[in-house]
Design a protein around this ligand. Sequence first.
Ligand SMILES: Cc1cc2nc3c(=O)[nH]c(=O)nc-3n(C[C@H](O)[C@H](O)[C@H](O)COP(=O)(O)OP(=O)(O)OC[C@H]3O[C@@H](n4cnc5c(N)ncnc54)[C@H](O)[C@@H]3O)c2cc1C
Ligand code: HEM
Length: 400
Amino acid sequence: MPFDPAVIRASFAIVERRADHLTTFFYAHLFNHNPGLRSLFPASLHEQRDRMFAALTRIVLRLDDPERLTEYLRALGRDHRKFQVAPEHYPAFGASLIAALRQCSGHYWTPETEKAWTEAYTVIAQVMTGSAAGLPEDDPAWWEAEVASRRRAAPDLVVLTIAPMRPYPFTAGQYVTISSPRAPRVWRPYSIANAPRSDGGLEVHVRRVPGGLLSTLLVQDVMPGELLRLGPPLGDAVLAPASRRPLLLVAAGSGWGQTKALLEQLTAEQPEREATVLLAARSAAGQYDLDTVRRMLVRNPRLRVLTAVPGPTAGPDGVTALLRETLRRHGDFAGWDVHLSGPPELVAELAELLRALPSAPGLIRHDPAPLTFNRDRPLTSSDWFLDHRDVPWINRTDLG
Ligand SMILES: Cc1cc2nc3c(=O)[nH]c(=O)nc-3n(C[C@H](O)[C@H](O)[C@H](O)COP(=O)(O)OP(=O)(O)OC[C@H]3O[C@@H](n4cnc5c(N)ncnc54)[C@H](O)[C@@H]3O)c2cc1C
Ligand code: HEM
């Protein structure tokens, strides 16, 4: 590695608390110096700001693990082709990133810091663009696809079947990013709710988020016959190859889609393997796919399904509390593989609880919880000094 990860980490700890400022400055700088690049981005940049900073955080957290970092950057670079980002765009992006880091670091910015970030960005851009350039010719930047069918499974949830126009290779447990011509340049991820099948179709379960742009379109407006675009498959919450350990699959809400895909693969390839599904929803009406669950139970005698629905008097965190309690009561997951799917905060909390158990599972898999910094982020530098908290990538013992 040509750059010093310790310098990057120390510098990132300074700007981390100024993420809003950094990303606002970054995009203003980028579009001011390169007005042509604005058209690559969607009209609203609110979400993208957080995603860009979250990606930077993920990169800084993985600096000591070059293998995982390279894997992440390769996937990110491959995925960026669907935004019509080309290798020649990377230097401008890097220049604005360095300018924003410098701006937010004040007198902590030194020639050494600038050198480390410049070298780090060069490597990052090389891996991202290198992966895009090295892909086989039949690996498209995106897949055109048609909505083959839709079923309203609950008042705010549709099950869509999507037919890609060319083969879409994926593994059960992965997710797909979707864009509709009704909202150009807006892409959102959705779990693929089936294992690969002979007709090449994909199923996605979409729940409408109040005020949400794409979920509202998909749940209310998009009809069979309409075209969508699909980004390359992403995610590594797939079944561990060759594992024969018992499986626990915890699914909350539309997280059932990912669990369903894993169960389809399990039933087809490892019918002898023991699996328990813990199916949670805020209310009985939220368990929208029980017919499919019943059919799976008939086909797979090694499958056990437990439902977790809090009583009507439970508060807004009722599902989380019930799942927490159920897992804690069971307690012994040594030798199990666990997959978690559902709202990111819930998944992050359950993963933490399971890891802390004395008999923790050997393997816990879930999609990356989007790192967002909207909550509890002090806005001013006096907050930063008054409310100093540990930053995860600084080892305090190194600081003496
Ligand atoms: C790996 C992954 C897999 C996913 N799989 C699925 C899936 O299978 N089915 C599914 O329905 N969704 C899934 N999601 C969520 C999905 O990607 C979108 O975030 C969701 O559909 C909202 O998009 P939107 O454009 O409608 O809302 P936006 O326009 O992006 O957001 C509108 C407002 O809603 C808030 N918001 C955004 N998403 C959520 C949310 N999920 N819950 C509560 N508030 C939110 C935003 O902060 C914003 O304030 C997945 C997300 C990830 C990261
Ligand atoms: C260090 C290099 C880069 C990093 C870490 C990075 C990170 C990200 C991330 C994490 C996303 C969100 C992906 C998703 O949710 O699907 C994203 C989206 C995007 N990036 Fe980058 N990116 C980089 C370089 C670039 C470059 C060079 C460009 C071109 C100017 C670019 C343009 C875009 C666009 C247009 C989007 C879509 C925006 C949206 O959906 O809201 N990125 N980037």
